[in-house]
Design a protein around this ligand. Structure first.
Ligand code: SF4
Length: 280
């Protein structure tokens, strides 16, 4: 059985940067409080806990005068204000590409545009983006959500960095006939697009796709959806332990891709497990 890893897969610049910042912060300060899990990868978060990175759900839970950390997804402006008032030193690991979306959102709202954020309403990244738009943004998952939006004359669209280009195009087509002016900032991250393209290309060459990454990871889930939508048998797993040898029966070629928060070691572990199963 041949195992092919997608040309572009696994941890991205923003995630690697956040991890390095967390490792440095815990080495220097000991206890550091992360606003939500640093990345959507349970195994990595557990390892960071052993170094002193504690996960809290809100800035109010961080003890005054201690060190807090904003993850790559970013945070709304109120988090920075509360941290300053409570003398919490914030280490800001917001990915620069996410910062750019926040800035675009603020710029559009200041210029008088009604802002739509294409993204998942319960995901922290679009929530933070909406926060930087002074609460004047509407998060939509696609054209179906427009039924609840009273579109204004001037509309702008930005996207959660992990969205699919096809979904942005669909939203643009749905909005355009109803507005006089439409501005679009394609804020989909290159790491997302290139991983999606590489995964899609690989589906043509293999009998089975295995997608590695956290179940709560938006970009990993999207990769699994993209692969499955081609009709190829696709399994989304977090770790090598979840591989069922029966999946490999009759398979000649197995493709692997991984989300932007999946460390290289997790990919290597899956490859090793697949090789072991094939040889057994
Ligand atoms: S996927 Fe892109 S935007 Fe998100 S953390 Fe990685 S590099 Fe940054």
């Amino acid at each position: 059985m041949e195992i092919i890893v997608a040309e572009d897969s696994g941890s991205c610049f923003g995630v690697r940067r956040a991890l390095e910042m967390a490792q440095e912060a815990t080495a220097q300060a000991g206890d550091v409080y992360s606003l939500g899990p640093l990345i959507h990868n349970r195994q990595v978060v557990e390892e960071l806990e052993t170094r002193g990175l504690q996960v809290v759900q809100s800035v109010q839970e961080i003890p005054s005068g201690s060190v807090g950390m904003i993850r790559a997804h970013g945070a709304g402006p109120e988090v920075y204000e509360i941290a300053e008032a409570r003398q919490i030193r914030l280490i800001d690991a917001t990915c620069p590409f996410v910062k750019r979306v926040q800035q675009e959102a603020a710029r559009f709202v200041q210029a008088g545009y009604q802002l739509l954020v294409l993204g998942e309403p319960d995901h922290p990244e679009p929530q933070a983006i909406a926060g930087h738009a002074h609460g004047q943004a509407v998060i939509v998952q696609g054209p179906a959500d427009l039924c609840c939006v009273d579109l204004e004359r001037k509309v702008a669209i930005v996207c959660q960095t992990t969205q699919r280009l096809a979904d942005l195009q669909e939203l643009v087509e749905a909005v355009l006939p109803h507005v006089q002016e439409l501005r679009i900032a394609n804020t989909i991250c290159h790491a997302t697009t290139s991983r999606q393209k590489a995964a899609l290309a690989l589906t043509d060459e293999v009998d089975l796709m295995i997608v590695i990454g956290g179940y709560h990871s938006a970009n990993t889930t999207r990769l699994a959806q993209i692969c499955a939508a081609t009709g190829i048998l696709t399994h989304h797993i977090e770790t090598a332990d979840e591989i069922n040898p029966a999946w490999l029966d009759g398979m000649q070629r197995v493709g692997i891709t991984a989300g932007a928060s999946t460390p290289t070691e997790a990919i290597e572990a899956v490859v090793a497990r697949l090789r072991g199963s094939a040889e057994a």
